[in-house]
Design a protein around this ligand. Sequence first.
Ligand code: FAD
Length: 659
Amino acid sequence: DKNILESEIDVLIIGAGPSGLMAAYWMARCGVNARIVDKRGTKVFTGQADGLRCRTLEIFDSMGFQHRVLQEGHVAVEANFWVPDGRGNLTRQGPHCSRKVNESPFRNMLLNQGRIERFLLDSIREHSDLQVERGVIAEAFEYDSAKASDPDAHPIAVTLRTLSDEEANPSSLRAEGGPHKVASGVARGSLLQDDWEELLSKSRAKETRTEIVRCKYVIGCDGAHSWTRKQVNIPLEGSSTDHLWGVIDVVPITNFPDIRRLGTVTHPTGTILIIPRERNMVRLYVPVQAVEANVPGEGRHDRSKITLEMIKHRVQVILAPFTFDYKICDWWAAYQIGQRIAPTFSKDNRVFLAGDAVHTHSPKVGLGMNMSMQDGYNIGWKVALVAKGVAQSLILNTYDPERHRLAEMLLDFDRHWSGLFTESEDEEKAQSMIKVVEFFEDFADGRKSFYGPSPLVWKKHDDSGPTASASEGCNLIPGERLPPVKLRMQADGNVKWTTAILKSDGRFRVVALTGDLRASTQRSRVEALAKRLSSGRGSEKSLFDRYTSLTGIHDCALDVLAIHSGPWTEVEFFDFPDVFHPFDTVHGWNYDKIWCDDACPWDRDCDGTGYERWEVDRKRGAIAVIRPDQYVGWVGELEDVEEMIDYLDGILVTRPATA
Ligand code: FAD
């Protein structure tokens, strides 16, 4: 058919929800020949997910837009658990606050999914011309598995069709009347200006057309009913329960004193979860009594029978004797709990699945969006570096084991947590809730990731179990994120968290913890290290010339940092070997590679205890390689450069030897 266009591309992302946008960020950042399509005519504006865990904020910091969340979102650190007091009243148990709350620069926060998508879209635009093609559906798929092992092949053909305005914005999403077709219930007053402008520009009718796109890689981020997953015959395994839930985003009018605080209220017929949000809004997760939605004669519950009025009534019953009402409802939905997971997240390392496409669970754990974004973040840099010829394709093998294990933990957490919300008169409920939260918090907040040994995670001992301790005798553990620390820049004394220093720019980082340079023996060790880094292995001029780079973006696949432990006044910038302050005749010295773990008199977070937190000897130091996603890949002594090069050689593509 002459009307069907054909094209070729390296990476196609299907779905522009949180996981797809995260993967798209890497494509934009690394200059990959990529496209991202979504069948919806617009992004999400109201409702859906709203919880942000501190690890997600650390990632945003390295991407450069965490400040937008801090500005608009709502901090939720302490939780209160209200229970009946036996005399017809409710009483507060709490507040409960995580003991580890200060182990991240960030706190858990709450903000509407639509805003998170906005920040991701803006960040993508900042780095490239990549734009979400909206109102474009993926609807046919062909895969030639015989070509899977040829790195230059485009074994997947996806047919994309541009939808008509009617199809991309179904009537359930459109407002009645008005000059513009906008999502139901979305009023101008409830949108910020940047979202409102996009909504208007996206609602124009488009020409329909069909295109066959041949791709090297496809990342399916197309949600719980994933079309991509079905094309590669990967099932979702698990089950759903009979429990029906309502969720509402309202501006409440109530005399319940903790309505602006995170917490739960328990009642013999179920527990509600209260989530305070931006702009005076509060989200309530409400168990809707099964009987109210019973399908007559079938003994089953029908989600479509649940009404907003029914949910409001349930809140009034559970909150009594406090009153509850509202005038403004921004969004509401009814859902049924199901816990499902796909047995594998990839097909032949050519088609990858991320987010809700491979794991679904109840929204009450506040992790759906976080896990989905972290999946997209994990697969995104790997596919981007392989597509650009910077990393070897074997790193793609690590996506499934790294993320599948966490998805299983997520479902386990959900089973424990959601189980506590159903009908019961358990007086110990508040205590049980605290125990479940404490048991899962390292995982849920992202302080531990449990990534096992692989070419990307060099473990000297196989300690891949969830109880693994520091394998190399310090708290820089391969497979875990670098514990965040605030440091001072040697050259100008400014302070920054490592989460911001370790930018998500597609580079691996050689982080030399150079110890205390006031001792001459240590200075000699650091000079020997610098000499070794500057000589590489084989014929290249230095280690930094050994590997191919992201052409046009970075000169080198590796970045180097020095973090020393002496007082900044007693160690000078030029005491460091050249490799830590490269020079060019136009821009002068590069000042931002040398950092100091020294206390800052005007910033309490920068207390000079980084080495202690990393459990690294302040005098002798250590050296680590940090992956592009801030996870520790390899750790050793300053003299272990040969082993470090072995680690890097197992991941990166070396440049052809020059004669
Ligand atoms: P999604 O955000 O679902 O994005 C998938 C995208 O793929 C969609 O935009 C879709 O249009 C697109 N797509 C699908 N098929 C195709 C195709 N064939 N071609 C092109 N595009 C396609 N989480 C919570 O934590 N709390 C909540 O209260 C909550 N409520 C929710 C309510 C609703 C109605 C929904 C749908 C989700 C809710 N979630 C909630 C879940 C949360 O939104 C998800 O965990 C998160 O959005 C997952 O991100 P994702 O990118 O994996 O998938």
